[in-house]
Design a protein around this ligand. Sequence first.
Ligand SMILES: [Zn+2]
Length: 415
Amino acid sequence: MLVSFQLLTIGSAITLLGAKPVEAGNVLPQSSPAWLNHVAVPTAGVVKQVPRPDQFQTGDLKPVDLDLSMYPEILKQPPVNHPEVQAVVKAIDWNKVPKIAPRIVKDWTFDIKSYDSDTDKDCWWSATSCKTPKADYLPEDIYYCPRAGDWGLNYDDGPYKMMYPTSDQDKLYDQPRFYNYLVANNMQRATLFFVGSNVAKFPDAAQRALNNGHTICSHTWSHPQMTSLTNEEVVAQLYWTHRAIKQVLGITPKCWRPPYGDVDDRVRAIAHQMGMRTILWDQDSYDWNMVGGQSGGKLQPAEVHAFFQKWIDNAKLGNDTRGHITLEHESSKNTIDVAEKWLPKLQETFNVMPIHQCINDVHPYWEQAFTYPSSSDKGNGKGSVLVGVKSSASNIQIQGVMVVLAMMLACLLGQ
Ligand SMILES: [Zn+2]
């Protein structure tokens, strides 16, 4: 009786802690991309399965040779007439891709006025922040952690090295600086949304990321506004990123993030058929919009810091009903400074873990040999909110044991 009672309480604790988003039943099935089969995986330099923390690497990177001549131009829209791109185009069922015209962009600004945001028939995030597709064969985007107290740590636009340094000073924030920092801070792991051009250009840094237990997702080849592209241009962006990731890292991610969050059901459908799930965020640090950033931002660092402080205060006040996926970047000195300032404070407040861990998906790649920690493994950090839940669960268990002991005592006295 004691055993079954304990199982019951443990079971309800798991139910309490392990909620997972429910998917619609008629989502179009996905399969491992056959059009990547011809790409050879690396034979050395990179792990073949998820490494243990004691295997994480620090120190300088080892040079990795990659023949860039077989890749399109770095950070440019790849041409669509390449036979490997056309092989993917042929593999896609275009009846399951909504017929939506590419969006008009002028000076990086979308023409949103001519879009009917009320009906939002395309679930266009840039217009409405829509994350639940109208096409019923597409799953909802992932954009938060289900469990209050979890922090789905993630950084965009890596692996970061300054693309065109002009001085040694420029290189101070090059990887592996930040990856070493994560190791030094409780072996912290994160989800990293890699730009394909950066993977091809900096394969040594990309390998270090995988070797240090991080989860790698796609973030396109040249970081465009994806809904402004033609269908075949979307395919080319995603294909070359996947090709570089497979050749350098030996993996095929099942996840991607659209640059600027710019996605609609047409782009979602193409990514879905290429084997990926769309991941967005529920909190934006606006680190990309800081003064002195790559794109000449507007916010003072103090304004960005205030967001983090507010999120921490909210959690401590018990205001969070679920966990968070916060947009952050490893794309410049400034964003790395923000990331390094706040990680220890986040670890004091939240269970900090990669996104797939907080959604309890242990297989973020098509290669099943990589099995990452599940959500029942505690992330890095004290996670005050979760500790609260956990302690109440163990209180229930203690109370249960007390009840059983009292019943046994009553039986003994009764005899
Ligand atoms: Zn980005």
